[in-house]
Design a protein around this ligand. Structure first.
Ligand SMILES: [Zn+2]
Length: 284
Protein backbone atom coordinates (compact mmCIF):
# COMPACT_ATOMS: atom_id res chain seq x y z
CA UNK A 1 0.00 0.00 0.00
CA UNK A 2 1.39 3.36 -0.99
CA UNK A 3 0.21 5.70 1.72
CA UNK A 4 2.88 8.31 1.20
CA UNK A 5 1.69 11.50 -0.41
CA UNK A 6 5.10 12.27 -1.87
CA UNK A 7 3.93 10.80 -5.18
CA UNK A 8 2.01 13.19 -7.41
CA UNK A 9 -0.82 12.68 -7.89
CA UNK A 10 -1.14 11.07 -4.48
CA UNK A 11 -3.14 7.90 -5.10
CA UNK A 12 -4.97 8.12 -1.82
CA UNK A 13 -5.56 11.84 -1.58
CA UNK A 14 -8.92 11.97 -3.30
CA UNK A 15 -10.88 9.50 -1.16
CA UNK A 16 -9.21 10.81 1.99
CA UNK A 17 -10.09 14.36 1.16
CA UNK A 18 -13.68 13.38 0.47
CA UNK A 19 -14.03 11.53 3.72
CA UNK A 20 -12.45 14.31 5.68
CA UNK A 21 -15.70 16.11 5.05
CA UNK A 22 -17.49 13.25 6.80
CA UNK A 23 -15.40 13.58 9.91
CA UNK A 24 -15.84 17.33 9.91
CA UNK A 25 -19.61 17.23 10.10
CA UNK A 26 -20.20 14.07 12.09
CA UNK A 27 -20.53 15.81 15.37
CA UNK A 28 -21.84 19.06 14.02
CA UNK A 29 -24.64 16.96 12.56
CA UNK A 30 -25.82 16.09 16.02
CA UNK A 31 -25.73 19.72 17.02
CA UNK A 32 -28.03 20.72 14.23
CA UNK A 33 -30.58 17.95 14.64
CA UNK A 34 -30.90 17.92 18.40
CA UNK A 35 -32.14 20.62 20.76
CA UNK A 36 -29.71 21.77 23.39
CA UNK A 37 -31.00 21.26 26.92
CA UNK A 38 -27.69 22.07 28.47
CA UNK A 39 -28.41 25.40 30.08
CA UNK A 40 -28.56 23.81 33.52
CA UNK A 41 -25.05 22.45 33.24
CA UNK A 42 -23.09 24.14 36.03
CA UNK A 43 -19.78 23.65 34.30
CA UNK A 44 -20.85 25.86 31.42
CA UNK A 45 -21.96 28.94 33.29
CA UNK A 46 -20.10 32.01 32.24
CA UNK A 47 -18.32 30.19 29.43
CA UNK A 48 -18.86 31.16 25.81
CA UNK A 49 -20.24 28.41 23.56
CA UNK A 50 -17.56 26.58 21.61
CA UNK A 51 -14.80 27.09 24.19
CA UNK A 52 -13.97 23.66 25.50
CA UNK A 53 -13.30 23.45 29.22
CA UNK A 54 -11.33 20.30 28.62
CA UNK A 55 -9.99 20.44 25.06
CA UNK A 56 -9.34 17.16 23.31
CA UNK A 57 -5.65 16.57 22.69
CA UNK A 58 -3.99 14.97 19.65
CA UNK A 59 -0.68 13.15 20.07
CA UNK A 60 1.53 11.33 17.57
CA UNK A 61 4.09 8.97 19.06
CA UNK A 62 7.45 8.78 17.27
CA UNK A 63 7.06 6.24 14.44
CA UNK A 64 9.35 3.22 14.59
CA UNK A 65 9.33 2.37 10.88
CA UNK A 66 9.17 4.02 7.50
CA UNK A 67 5.64 2.68 7.05
CA UNK A 68 4.50 4.20 10.34
CA UNK A 69 6.16 7.49 9.49
CA UNK A 70 4.32 7.60 6.17
CA UNK A 71 1.00 6.90 7.90
CA UNK A 72 1.67 9.60 10.47
CA UNK A 73 2.63 12.13 7.81
CA UNK A 74 -0.41 11.34 5.66
CA UNK A 75 -2.85 11.52 8.57
CA UNK A 76 -1.27 14.71 9.87
CA UNK A 77 -1.52 16.22 6.42
CA UNK A 78 -5.20 15.28 6.16
CA UNK A 79 -5.85 16.46 9.71
CA UNK A 80 -8.44 13.80 10.46
CA UNK A 81 -7.59 13.51 14.16
CA UNK A 82 -7.34 17.27 14.61
CA UNK A 83 -10.74 17.68 12.91
CA UNK A 84 -12.34 15.07 15.13
CA UNK A 85 -10.87 16.70 18.24
CA UNK A 86 -12.05 20.13 17.16
CA UNK A 87 -15.54 18.91 16.28
CA UNK A 88 -15.87 17.07 19.58
CA UNK A 89 -14.91 20.23 21.45
CA UNK A 90 -17.23 22.45 19.41
CA UNK A 91 -20.20 20.12 19.76
CA UNK A 92 -20.06 18.33 23.10
CA UNK A 93 -19.39 19.68 26.56
CA UNK A 94 -17.01 17.00 27.75
CA UNK A 95 -16.50 16.96 31.54
CA UNK A 96 -13.03 15.46 31.18
CA UNK A 97 -10.29 15.81 28.60
CA UNK A 98 -9.83 13.11 25.98
CA UNK A 99 -6.69 12.34 24.00
CA UNK A 100 -6.51 11.00 20.45
CA UNK A 101 -3.15 9.28 20.19
CA UNK A 102 -1.48 7.45 17.35
CA UNK A 103 1.36 5.07 18.06
CA UNK A 104 3.00 1.72 17.51
CA UNK A 105 1.25 -1.57 18.33
CA UNK A 106 1.90 -5.22 17.79
CA UNK A 107 -1.28 -5.61 15.75
CA UNK A 108 -3.54 -3.46 13.57
CA UNK A 109 -5.93 -2.17 16.20
CA UNK A 110 -7.49 0.75 18.02
CA UNK A 111 -8.76 0.88 21.57
CA UNK A 112 -9.88 3.19 24.35
CA UNK A 113 -7.80 3.30 27.54
CA UNK A 114 -10.04 4.26 30.46
CA UNK A 115 -7.35 5.25 32.97
CA UNK A 116 -5.78 7.84 30.68
CA UNK A 117 -8.98 8.62 28.73
CA UNK A 118 -7.05 8.01 25.54
CA UNK A 119 -8.23 6.74 22.20
CA UNK A 120 -5.19 4.89 20.89
CA UNK A 121 -4.94 4.24 17.16
CA UNK A 122 -2.20 1.98 15.89
CA UNK A 123 -0.14 3.23 12.97
CA UNK A 124 -0.70 -0.09 11.20
CA UNK A 125 -4.51 -0.09 11.55
CA UNK A 126 -5.19 1.44 8.16
CA UNK A 127 -2.78 -0.92 6.44
CA UNK A 128 -4.34 -3.87 8.24
CA UNK A 129 -7.81 -2.82 7.17
CA UNK A 130 -6.67 -2.55 3.57
CA UNK A 131 -5.12 -6.01 3.72
CA UNK A 132 -8.35 -7.45 5.13
CA UNK A 133 -10.44 -5.82 2.42
CA UNK A 134 -8.03 -6.91 -0.32
CA UNK A 135 -8.97 -10.45 0.68
CA UNK A 136 -12.46 -9.90 -0.71
CA UNK A 137 -11.18 -8.79 -4.10
CA UNK A 138 -11.40 -5.03 -3.67
CA UNK A 139 -8.71 -3.23 -5.69
CA UNK A 140 -7.46 0.21 -6.62
CA UNK A 141 -9.48 3.29 -5.70
CA UNK A 142 -12.39 1.17 -4.46
CA UNK A 143 -10.07 -0.58 -2.01
CA UNK A 144 -8.53 2.66 -0.77
CA UNK A 145 -11.89 4.31 -0.31
CA UNK A 146 -13.35 1.30 1.48
CA UNK A 147 -10.31 1.07 3.77
CA UNK A 148 -10.57 4.74 4.63
CA UNK A 149 -14.28 4.42 5.37
CA UNK A 150 -13.65 1.44 7.64
CA UNK A 151 -10.82 3.33 9.35
CA UNK A 152 -13.15 6.25 10.09
CA UNK A 153 -15.78 3.75 11.31
CA UNK A 154 -13.19 2.35 13.71
CA UNK A 155 -12.23 5.82 14.98
CA UNK A 156 -15.83 6.73 15.76
CA UNK A 157 -16.35 3.33 17.41
CA UNK A 158 -13.55 4.27 19.82
CA UNK A 159 -15.08 7.72 20.33
CA UNK A 160 -18.19 5.79 21.39
CA UNK A 161 -16.24 4.00 24.13
CA UNK A 162 -14.75 7.31 25.22
CA UNK A 163 -18.14 9.04 25.41
CA UNK A 164 -19.63 6.13 27.37
CA UNK A 165 -16.79 6.57 29.86
CA UNK A 166 -16.48 10.34 30.31
CA UNK A 167 -20.23 11.04 30.05
CA UNK A 168 -20.96 8.15 32.43
CA UNK A 169 -23.44 6.65 30.00
CA UNK A 170 -25.42 3.65 31.30
CA UNK A 171 -24.90 0.56 29.15
CA UNK A 172 -26.69 -2.63 30.12
CA UNK A 173 -25.84 -4.74 27.09
CA UNK A 174 -22.62 -5.31 25.20
CA UNK A 175 -20.69 -2.03 25.05
CA UNK A 176 -19.00 -3.06 21.82
CA UNK A 177 -22.39 -3.21 20.10
CA UNK A 178 -23.31 0.23 21.44
CA UNK A 179 -20.05 1.67 20.09
CA UNK A 180 -20.81 0.14 16.68
CA UNK A 181 -24.26 1.72 16.87
CA UNK A 182 -22.77 5.17 17.48
CA UNK A 183 -20.36 4.80 14.59
CA UNK A 184 -23.13 3.71 12.21
CA UNK A 185 -25.43 6.47 13.39
CA UNK A 186 -22.78 9.18 13.14
CA UNK A 187 -21.74 8.13 9.64
CA UNK A 188 -25.36 8.05 8.47
CA UNK A 189 -25.69 11.69 9.55
CA UNK A 190 -23.47 12.51 6.57
CA UNK A 191 -25.82 12.54 3.60
CA UNK A 192 -23.46 12.23 0.64
CA UNK A 193 -21.29 9.23 1.53
CA UNK A 194 -22.55 8.15 4.96
CA UNK A 195 -24.40 5.05 3.73
CA UNK A 196 -21.43 3.97 1.62
CA UNK A 197 -19.02 4.60 4.51
CA UNK A 198 -21.08 2.60 7.02
CA UNK A 199 -21.49 -0.26 4.56
CA UNK A 200 -17.74 -0.29 3.96
CA UNK A 201 -17.29 -0.51 7.71
CA UNK A 202 -19.61 -3.53 7.62
CA UNK A 203 -17.68 -5.01 4.70
CA UNK A 204 -14.47 -4.80 6.71
CA UNK A 205 -16.02 -6.99 9.41
CA UNK A 206 -17.35 -9.27 6.69
CA UNK A 207 -13.84 -9.59 5.29
CA UNK A 208 -12.38 -10.21 8.74
CA UNK A 209 -14.88 -12.97 9.36
CA UNK A 210 -13.01 -15.05 6.79
CA UNK A 211 -9.73 -14.65 8.71
CA UNK A 212 -7.96 -17.30 10.74
CA UNK A 213 -9.42 -17.77 14.22
CA UNK A 214 -12.29 -15.35 13.75
CA UNK A 215 -14.97 -17.99 13.83
CA UNK A 216 -13.97 -19.29 17.25
CA UNK A 217 -13.85 -16.15 19.40
CA UNK A 218 -17.12 -16.91 21.18
CA UNK A 219 -15.72 -15.71 24.51
CA UNK A 220 -14.77 -12.26 23.22
CA UNK A 221 -16.39 -9.03 24.41
CA UNK A 222 -17.05 -8.18 20.77
CA UNK A 223 -19.72 -9.88 18.72
CA UNK A 224 -18.32 -12.15 16.05
CA UNK A 225 -17.16 -10.18 13.03
CA UNK A 226 -19.87 -11.73 10.88
CA UNK A 227 -22.47 -10.61 13.44
CA UNK A 228 -21.04 -7.09 13.42
CA UNK A 229 -21.34 -7.16 9.62
CA UNK A 230 -25.02 -8.08 9.73
CA UNK A 231 -25.73 -5.62 12.57
CA UNK A 232 -24.33 -2.67 10.63
CA UNK A 233 -26.01 -3.69 7.39
CA UNK A 234 -29.30 -4.02 9.30
CA UNK A 235 -28.99 -0.59 10.90
CA UNK A 236 -28.07 1.09 7.61
CA UNK A 237 -31.07 -0.48 5.91
CA UNK A 238 -33.31 0.33 8.87
CA UNK A 239 -32.32 3.99 8.76
CA UNK A 240 -34.22 4.45 5.49
CA UNK A 241 -35.88 1.21 4.29
CA UNK A 242 -37.68 2.86 1.38
CA UNK A 243 -34.61 4.47 -0.19
CA UNK A 244 -32.33 1.55 0.71
CA UNK A 245 -34.70 -1.27 -0.22
CA UNK A 246 -31.96 -2.95 -2.27
CA UNK A 247 -29.66 -3.49 0.70
CA UNK A 248 -31.06 -6.76 2.13
CA UNK A 249 -30.55 -8.54 -1.17
CA UNK A 250 -27.30 -6.79 -2.06
CA UNK A 251 -25.75 -7.53 1.35
CA UNK A 252 -27.36 -10.96 1.95
CA UNK A 253 -29.39 -9.77 4.92
CA UNK A 254 -32.16 -12.35 5.50
CA UNK A 255 -35.73 -11.15 5.58
CA UNK A 256 -36.15 -12.57 9.10
CA UNK A 257 -33.71 -9.91 10.36
CA UNK A 258 -34.50 -7.18 7.87
CA UNK A 259 -38.12 -6.76 8.92
CA UNK A 260 -37.05 -5.56 12.36
CA UNK A 261 -34.20 -3.30 11.22
CA UNK A 262 -36.24 -0.05 11.09
CA UNK A 263 -37.20 -0.66 14.73
CA UNK A 264 -33.59 -1.43 15.66
CA UNK A 265 -32.40 1.77 14.04
CA UNK A 266 -35.07 3.90 15.74
CA UNK A 267 -34.01 2.41 19.07
CA UNK A 268 -30.33 3.15 18.65
CA UNK A 269 -30.96 6.64 17.29
CA UNK A 270 -33.23 7.47 20.22
CA UNK A 271 -30.63 6.09 22.63
CA UNK A 272 -27.79 8.23 21.30
CA UNK A 273 -29.97 11.32 20.77
CA UNK A 274 -31.12 11.24 24.39
CA UNK A 275 -27.69 10.32 25.70
CA UNK A 276 -25.90 13.21 24.02
CA UNK A 277 -28.59 15.89 24.29
CA UNK A 278 -27.60 17.11 27.79
CA UNK A 279 -24.03 17.60 26.66
CA UNK A 280 -24.60 19.39 23.36
CA UNK A 281 -23.30 22.89 22.92
CA UNK A 282 -26.00 24.99 21.28
CA UNK A 283 -25.07 25.87 17.67
CA UNK A 284 -24.47 29.57 17.14
ZN1 LIG B 1 -14.61 -1.43 20.95
Amino acid sequence: MNISCKAVPCPIARPWARLLAVASILFLGWATVLPSISQADETRKGKPAGKALHPTKVVYDPPASVQSRDVRDALKSDGILESMASDLDKTLRLPKALTLRMGECGEPNAYYHTETRTIFICYNLLTGIEQDLAGVDLRGDALQTAAWHAFVFSLIHEVGHALIDVLDVPVAGREEDVADQLSTYALLEEESVGVEAALNGASWFGARSHGVGQAGAFWDSHALDIQRYYNIVCWVYGSNPEALAHIPESYSLPLDRAVNCPHEYRQLKRYWDRTLAPFLIAPK
